[in-house]
Design a binder for this molecule. Structure first.
Ligand code: COA
Length: 254
């Protein structure tokens, strides 16, 4: 149980909202679990026609909680990544309902890579998207190494995933992983509008057409497993340890 995620069903949509604003919605194990449960339990509910993931106003998420990563760096446990994060990524890969992202502000790390699983993304005009795995000595996750080049082409994916460059909402729209850019503070309302539109379409045809557009689930899962193996090794590397220490040292000095 966590207070940092709320789940509400409205009309035909399930709205999942990350709510940890004092930590820029950085994702804890409890938050991953709550989000995975909300996605998984929506699958068998015929009244839910789409799922919206939102960070509320002003921020999407600063990605995985870096304290969790730092703990994984020093633990003797061989598991690649804490289980809850893995279950969340699996829930994204298994999800069969149209998924809508509402990004108002920063989307870092898994905050951006989860969007490659979305079917429609609304961004506030001040939103930014970054996958700074490289700066942390890590590798991409959430099958982003497969999905990002597929949606935006190799070169753009290279600049984000290998060079760690940040892109703006407008650049993300041009790159193809954001559908619409709206005024800041209006993303969730727009996402709900899209959910209502999808909810009014023929349900079975939507499900089938969406499935035809997506890469095979097994390919996505296989890539997640491959990334996860490397990710687990990189988490324990000196490059990663130094990057985590630098982030928290920066906070102490400020
Ligand atoms: N994990 C844990 N805590 C985080 C966090 C994260 N990923 N991102 C932000 N926070 C915390 C900060 O430590 C700070 O906590 P404090 O007030 O107790 O010191 C609080 O959230 C606000 O963050 P702050 O850095 O002051 O905000 P900012 O607007 O100056 O910068 C970011 C925002 C997102 C650019 C910056 O926090 C950042 O770079 N975070 C790390 C992002 C990251 O590397 N994520 C993992 C990707 S794989």
């Amino acid at each position: 149980m966590t207070d940092h995620v709320t789940v509400t069903d409205e009309d035909s949509a399930r709205i999942i909202t990350m709510r940890r604003p004092d930590k820029k919605n950085a994702l804890t194990q409890g938050m991953y679990t709550a989000m995975a449960d909300a996605i998984n339990s929506a699958q068998s509910d015929p009244n839910i026609r789409s799922i919206v993931i939102s960070g509320g106003p002003g921020v999407f998420t600063a990605g995985n909680d870096l304290e969790d990563f730092a703990r994984a760096n020093t633990s003797n446990d061989d598991s690649s990544r804490p289980m809850a994060a893995t279950l969340f990524l699996r829930a994204l890969a298994d999800n069969e309902k149209p998924l809508i992202g509402a990004v108002d502000g920063i989307a870092v790390g898994v905050g951006t890579t989860m969007l490659f699983h979305c079917d429609y993304v609304v961004a506030g005009s001040t939103a930014t998207f970054s996958t700074p795995f490289i700066h942390l000595g890590l590798v991409p996750e959430a099958a982003s190494s497969l999905l990002a080049p597929r949606v935006m082409g190799h070169q753009r994916a290279f600049s984000m995933l290998v060079m760690g460059r940040t892109v703006t909402a407008e650049e993300a729209r041009e790159a193809g992983f954001v559908n619409a850019v709206v005024a800041p503070g209006h993303t969730e309302a727009e996402a709900r509008k899209i959910a209502r539109e999808i909810g009014s379409l023929p349900k079975d045809a939507v499900a089938l057409t969406r499935k035809l557009l997506k890469p095979a689930r097994e390919d996505v899962q296989r890539r997640m497993d491959e990334e996860s193996h490397h990710f687990g090794e990189r988490l324990k590397s000196d490059e990663a340890r130094n990057a985590f220490s630098a982030f928290f040292a920066r906070k102490k000095k400020a």
